[in-house]
Design a protein around this ligand. Sequence first.
Ligand code: ZN
Length: 262
Amino acid sequence: MISAREALERLREGNCRFVSGVRSSNILTSQTRRNELAAGQEPFAIILGCSDSRVPAEIVFDQGLGDLFVIRVAGNIVASSQIGSVEFAAARFGTRLVVVLGHSQCGAILATLEELQQPTDYQSRNLRSIVDRIRPSVETLLATELRNDPDALVREAVRANIRASANDLRHGSEVLEQLVQNSGLLVVGAEYSLETGVVDFFDPESLISSIVCRRLENPRLAAQVHDRATRRMIWIAFIAAKSEALSSAVTKAKQSKISCCS
Ligand SMILES: [Zn+2]
């Protein structure tokens, strides 16, 4: 089984292909591949994602049959069955990367914010169980100035919920804690942008920098990547550099004052 970091890199490369419109060939879902997998699976990453129809993990990461062990639930919440599913895959298949994949404009987050701001009695018990999982991570945001900026509030609530789910996986299971401490299991949060198709991983800055810089084959860039917005632009520039949209990416990068990309 490949390491968590190799798996992360593979996901990044797949998302790069997805964003640039350069999809893998049908070999990923071919009869040959089906035959190979009939004997068993060895998924290289576990994805806990939202059920939203616009964020299918295999597509946004450009992966094929047998590559990803995917758990989908509205709001990418973590309840016992999600933890059990992650434990199963990590222990059974030796998969070493877990990604909690949330996304912009998540309906479950919007529903939770609506419920917190204008409580109703009409919500079903089952739907309420989802809202109640999301509530703690977004409730505190309503006590800040963010309550006066609806767009920023939703944006931050999405990210807070992703972080909360990642933490719940890291600390809500002895099995997973042991795997993190002793066997190189990595649990990272990530946000998919409905608008751009880019997946933004919340992993440590050093990891992001090293991967981006290796991709751009410019070691000096590492020291220049300071903030998330800049990293995102560099990543978009790299993606576009691999497609026919190089010139527009350079223009975008220049607009963001990233001279090193030109
Ligand atoms: Zn969602």
